[in-house]
Write a protein that binds this ligand. Structure first.
Ligand SMILES: [Zn+2]
Length: 250
């Protein structure tokens, strides 16, 4: 089956409520390709490897979490930017990108999908645009046990700062590069904050506040939202689906 590009972008825009968010990049169609979409490829980031993967798979559209045209990025289409966009245009492939709206979606989003894999039960949200989720482990466990579970579930060893013997009662999480929220979260009544990336300051803040910090990988924590959205769209519009997992240790 095929779906018209506009129908697909309208559908995703409503599903993810993209107008509700103030974001650092455009959400939706970022590079225009062919009008009809039969085969959809997904990837976390629209890197050249992902674009080439979409070409090799014969995809009509590439759906990603990290697209292009970020605030503060250099505007000229030169170098690696030319290679990526040029390859998309040369093969008439649509680039669809959804950033914060894909982090936040109730069931398909990165936070929801991460919670599923880490057995976290959400019961609240906080932070800028409610992007941080709050909740508890489905069954009581220590920080060390939680980290071991995360390593297995995400296929990557997390960075853990805190007393591994302490029991986790309340947990906050936000996928990707959300370590900046730790300043605010360290003042909350939580035992641990889980995100993708770390910065130098988090070590001291974790030690001084007593709130443990876990960096489980930016790519590793954001691998699942775009996959879930892709699977949902493939089912809804009877599309061919290809998941491209481009390894990324960060
Ligand atoms: Zn991200």
């Amino acid at each position: 089956m095929a779906v018209a590009r506009e129908q697909l972008t309208d559908y995703i825009g409503q599903l993810l409520q993209i107008d509700r968010f103030k974001d650092y990049c455009p959400n939706g169609l970022q590079v225009e390709g062919r009008r009809e979409i039969t085969r959809l490829a997904t990837a976390v980031t629209a890197s050249l490897a992902a674009v080439e993967g979409a070409v090799a798979a014969g995809a009509d559209a590439l759906l990603v979490h990290h697209g292009y045209f970020w605030k503060n990025e250099s505007a000229p289409v030169v170098g690696t930017k030319k290679a990526r966009i040029g390859t998309l245009l040369a093969h008439d492939i649509n680039l669809l990108a959804y950033h914060l709206p894909l982090d936040a979606h109730e069931t398909l989003g990165n936070n929801a999908q991460l919670a599923q894999r880490l057995d976290l039960v959400a019961d609240g949200r906080c932070g800028d645009q409610d992007l941080v989720w709050l909740g508890a482990p489905a069954a009581p466990l220590t920080l060390g046990e939680f980290a071991a579970h995360a390593a297995e579930a995400l296929e990557r060893q997390p960075l853990v700062i805190g007393d591994t013997g302490r029991t986790l009662r309340r947990v906050a999480w936000c996928t990707g590069g959300a370590q900046g929220y730790f300043h605010e979260l360290a003042t909350h009544d939580i035992d641990c904050f889980v995100t993708g990336e770390a910065s130098e300051f988090v070590t001291h803040l974790a030690r001084e506040s007593g709130v443990a910090f876990v960096a489980a990988g930016h790519h590793a924590t954001e691998r699942y939202g775009v996959r879930a959205l892709g699977a949902h769209l493939a089912e809804r519009f009877a599309l061919d689906l290809v998941h491209l997992d481009i390894d990324n240790p960060v």
